[in-house]
Design a protein. Structure first.
Length: 267
């Protein structure tokens, strides 16, 4: 959803995006629609995936203090849905992104529609990246994550490098085996250890991260993920993913493990 803002901003001469412009642009994307589901509140608008009805964003007014501004009037904002680890990366890189107003901080962020956005890179991404909301968002997140990994700012050279890599590898789906091998290599453990019943902390955390990556990078069911990683059940995979999300939010060292492994898988 954040990429919708950026693609729209890239085509305009001024930074202020109106509600009507955002809704029109969003509805023009593949598999996107919007509605106002709240009684007696016609200002708040939900953006949805047309096929599933699931939210990927919500337009609402937030107090100016919630988005670092000082005017008396409330500020029109969009709350895009985001993976927990991506939310932290986005907020660290872009000063115009804030913890979600009135929503879960793990899964949502807030962006005021009058925020300044980097034009040159946005124009490149708008012309280079096409596809559904999910595909556009994935490309943008990959760019941001790569900038974080190598400790640099996002510029045209980096945008070109990352999008070229994405185009080359997009047809190669990441497998559960690839994820397990990557996690094992990162933590210097064996596949047998990863699949074992040991309760050693380093092995358990590696197994939990592997399950979390499989959930995020593959299309197979949680039950199938558990079966391929030590013969675990669906509930174990759900528990593992929840633990990883919590640790990302509270443990900087653990969060770096996740970022490092994600980037090895993406690049």
């Amino acid at each position: 959803m954040l990429s919708v803002l950026w693609k729209l901003s890239a085509t305009r001469k001024h930074n202020m995006i109106t509600k009507e412009e955002l809704l029109a642009f969003s509805d023009g994307l593949t598999n996107a629609t919007h509605d106002c589901p709240f009684e007696e509140d016609f200002e708040t608008t939900v953006l949805r995936h047309a096929d599933t009805g699931k939210w990927f964003g919500i337009l609402l007014y937030a107090p100016s203090s919630a988005v670092g501004q000082k005017q008396e009037d409330a500020v029109l904002c969009v709350n895009p849905k985001s993976k927990p680890e991506d939310s932290f990366v986005l907020r660290e890189i872009f000063p115009c992104i804030y913890p979600a107003y009135h929503m879960n901080h793990y899964h949502w962020i807030t962006v005021p529609l009058n925020a300044d956005l980097p034009k040159e890179v946005l124009q490149f991404l708008a012309s280079k990246v096409v596809g559904s909301v999910r595909e556009i968002e994935g490309t943008l997140i990959s760019l941001i994550a790569h900038a974080t990994l190598i400790n640099t700012t996002i510029d045209m050279d980096l945008a070109q490098t990352v999008t070229d890599k994405i185009v080359k590898v997009s047809s190669n789906e990441i497998s559960v085996d690839t994820i397990q091998d990557t996690v094992c290599e990162y933590f210097n453990i064996t596949r047998d250890a990863l699949a074992s019943k040991t309760r050693k902390r380093e092995i358990v955390q590696a197994r939990q991260i592997a399950m979390y990556m499989c959930r995020n990078f593959t299309k197979i069911s949680l039950a199938a993920i558990g079966q391929q990683i030590g013969g675990k059940d669906h509930a174990t995979v759900v528990h593992s993913c929840n633990i990883v999300q919590d640790l990302i939010a509270t443990n900087k060292t653990f969060k770096q493990y996740v970022v490092d492994i994600e980037n090895r898988l993406k690049f």
